[in-house]
Ligand binder design. Structure first.
Ligand SMILES: *[C@@H]1O[C@H](CO)[C@@H](O)[C@H](O)[C@H]1NC(C)=O
Ligand SMILES: *[C@@H]1O[C@H](CO)[C@@H](O)[C@H](O)[C@H]1NC(C)=O
Ligand SMILES: *[C@@H]1O[C@H](CO)[C@@H](O)[C@H](O)[C@H]1NC(C)=O
Ligand SMILES: CC(=O)N[C@H]1CO[C@H](CO)[C@@H](O)[C@@H]1O
Length: 556
């Protein structure tokens, strides 16, 4: 026992003192019952999908985990206090199903939650208070991973319904410790069993600083409310994952939720964009459609089987991509990330619903030239790249490129920085002091809306015309409850140079709370030479707030 602990310590330290044990070097891949079958899995469903996964050649591509999501257990525990597989839905029992899954060379994924009951049920038991006995059972049943959900965080149902008028099943305002004790308790219990069980936290990003605590106790962690089978979910989750590059790495990944590819809510271009964004951000790739042969359209299966996209996701560096540049009115983003062997992945995302010619410059992604440019979805080599170019991208489509033979471009220099503290404010806009937070200024301007402005005068842009500007902002509008309706996690700001036409920008989530700064790179035009410019920031949308503003840098 003592030896085992020392061994664990070594592993922990070799990956940094504040990281979870690496149980999966690359993002987990597999299939999960929830997106297609809801909280209603059964033995037939799991077996036919497991077999379908193997028969359609998905196992050999890396999809090696089959997870039975919510709904598998009963409303009672057995005489040893263990969870019980529902005998109606799983007549052969869980361990036998585990053997079947293992017999197909697949891993057996289990599901429970850090609450009294499972999601989607008024009665089915989850693991809160029974972590030790449940972890032991998961190991004994041959479990290889555990998705650990966040429903019914306590049993004060009636009280909560009366007091807060919210569903006791899903409590977005449930007070979470930092790190969350409920999720750490299961992590500790899994450490003590003799089986390596990949721990997949599904806490939805309730509370603050998820990336900071979740990476210490788990191998992946859900960053947001559930994906819906709709295009708007892709935009929401892409905006939510942006700051997590600070926390992800080998063995610890931000989970953008299970894939909707193949569930018919997205068209083929949208499915490619969805799969591509999940891949570059190193999200687990967990198939959520039916893999019963013939049940899902062939084009969707082809997307899921794209070896080159999978290779980007499974790259040995485990590095999440970053949002490099955003053009909101032109409706596109440039994302980029590092891959092994000095390569880079670049994604140009067309958020508009029309086909567009979208300009792409290599310098902002840190490339002065690349001798190899692979258009991943077209499976075509585009030759080399050393100058700005243009890509024709379908509506809601993605241009996914892998650049190799790269000669790096030096990062653009920060010529001037303008702090929130130097702005003149109108309307309700207010300077807020943040102590040591709101880097690098330690203050921010809040309450910016369409009737409030922050203006910076005597701005030197290092020359006239178009400039690359990095806006330091704070947005922690995580849109948990509102995600189901039209709620958005982005905040809009209008920015104008020298009283020219204002441009609108959508700001993503910036960090883990209302005091962690994020940086969005944008291009502004209309500057004049010398310290003679005025830049004005104001709200971009009706009665909603703009992001808080920390400052901005002019790059050159
Ligand atoms: C599993 O679910 C499917 C689809 O709902 C149903 O046809 C089948 O009878 C169920 N099997 C069991 C064992 O419950
Ligand atoms: C594209 O978006 C515009 C504006 O949001 C909308 O009016 C139009 O109906 C959409 N077209 C398609 C083909 O979805
Ligand atoms: C902007 O915010 C202020 C409070 O700071 C509020 O009084 C005003 O009504 C808001 N404007 C709009 C258009 O919502
Ligand atoms: C950056 C950008 O243009 N964002 C738009 C992307 O698409 C979604 C939905 O399709 C819009 O809501 C955003 O405004």
């Amino acid at each position: 026992m003592r030896l085992l602990n020392l061994f664990h310590l070594c592993i922990i330290f070799s990956n940094g003192a504040f990281s979870a044990k690496v149980r999966t070097k690359t993002p987990p891949m597999g299939w999960n019952s929830y997106n297609h079958y809801g909280c209603n899995p059964n033995e037939t469903i799991i077996k036919t999908n497991a077999k379908g996964l193997v028969d359609q050649g998905l196992l050999e591509l890396g999809y090696d985990q089959i997870t039975v999501d919510c709904g598998w257990a009963t409303s009672y525990r057995d005489s040893q206090n263990r969870l019980v597989w529902d005998p109606q839905k799983f007549p052969s029992g869980g361990p036998t199903l585990g053997s079947y899954v293992h017999g197909l060379n697949l891993k057996f994924g289990l599901y429970s939650g850090a609450g009294v009951k499972q999601c989607g049920s008024e009665t089915i038991k989850a693991s809160l208070g029974y972590e030790t006995v449940d972890a032991a059972a998961f190991a004994e049943w041959g479990g290889d991973s555990l998705k650990y959900d966040n429903c019914w965080p306590d049993d004060k149902d009636t009280f909560l319904v009366l007091a807060n008028l919210q569903s006791p099943m899903v409590q977005y305002n449930y007070p979470e410790n930092d790190p969350s004790t409920r999720f750490r308790t299961m992590s500790d219990a899994l450490e003590k069993v003799s089986r390596s069980i990949v721990y997949q936290v599904c806490q939805w990003g309730v509370g603050e600083n998820l990336g900071t605590w979740a990476r210490q106790i788990s191998n992946s962690w859900r960053i947001s409310n559930d994906i819906e089978n709709k295009w708007k979910s892709i935009w929401r989750i892409a905006n939510q994952v942006v700051p997590f590059y600070k926390h992800t790495g080998v063995g610890m990944y931000a989970d953008m939720d299970m894939l909707m590819v193949g569930n018919s809510g997205l068209n083929i271009e949208e499915e490619k964009t969805h799969f591509g964004l999940w891949a570059i951000n190193k999200s687990p790739l967990v198939i959520g459609c039916s893999l019963v042969p013939g049940a899902t359209r062939k084009e969707s299966i082809t997307i899921l089987k794209n070896k080159e996209v999978i290779a980007i996701n499974q790259d040995s560096l485990g590095k999440q991509a970053q949002l490099v540049l955003r053009y909101t009115e032109e409706e596109y983003d440039i994302w980029a990330g590092e891959l092994s062997s000095g390569r880079k992945v670049v994604a140009v995302v067309n958020w508009s619903n029309a086909t567009k010619n979208i300009p792409f410059e290599p310098i902002p992604v840190g490339v002065s030239s690349a001798s190899g440019v692979r258009d991943v979805y077209a499976a075509t080599d585009l030759g080399s790249l050393a100058a700005p170019t243009t890509y024709n991208i379908p509506g809601h489509g993605i241009k996914l490129l892998v650049l190799s033979g790269i000669s790096a471009a030096p990062a653009p220099k920060e010529l001037f920085y303008y702090k929130a503290t130097t702005a003149s404010l109108t309307g309700g806009a207010q300077l807020v002091s943040c102590g040591t937070d709101c880097a690098p200024v330690n203050s921010k301007i809040g309450n910016i809306n369409t009737s409030a402005r922050a203006s910076f005068s005597n701005v030197d842009a290092g020359g006239s015309g178009k400039k690359l500007v990095s806006v330091d902002f704070i947005n922690y509008e995580v849109a948990l409850g509102s995600a189901w309706a039209d709620g958005t996690n982005t905040r809009e700001m209008l920015i104008s140079v020298n009283s020219g036409a204002a441009k609108r920008f959508s700001f993503p989530i910036s960090g883990g709370n209302w005091f962690e700064t994020g940086r969005l790179n944008i291009v502004l035009d209309g500057f004049v030479a010398g310290a003679k410019n005025t830049i004005t920031f104001t709200g971009g949308k009706g009665s909603t707030w703009a992001p808080d503003l920390v400052g901005f840098a002019i790059l050159g």
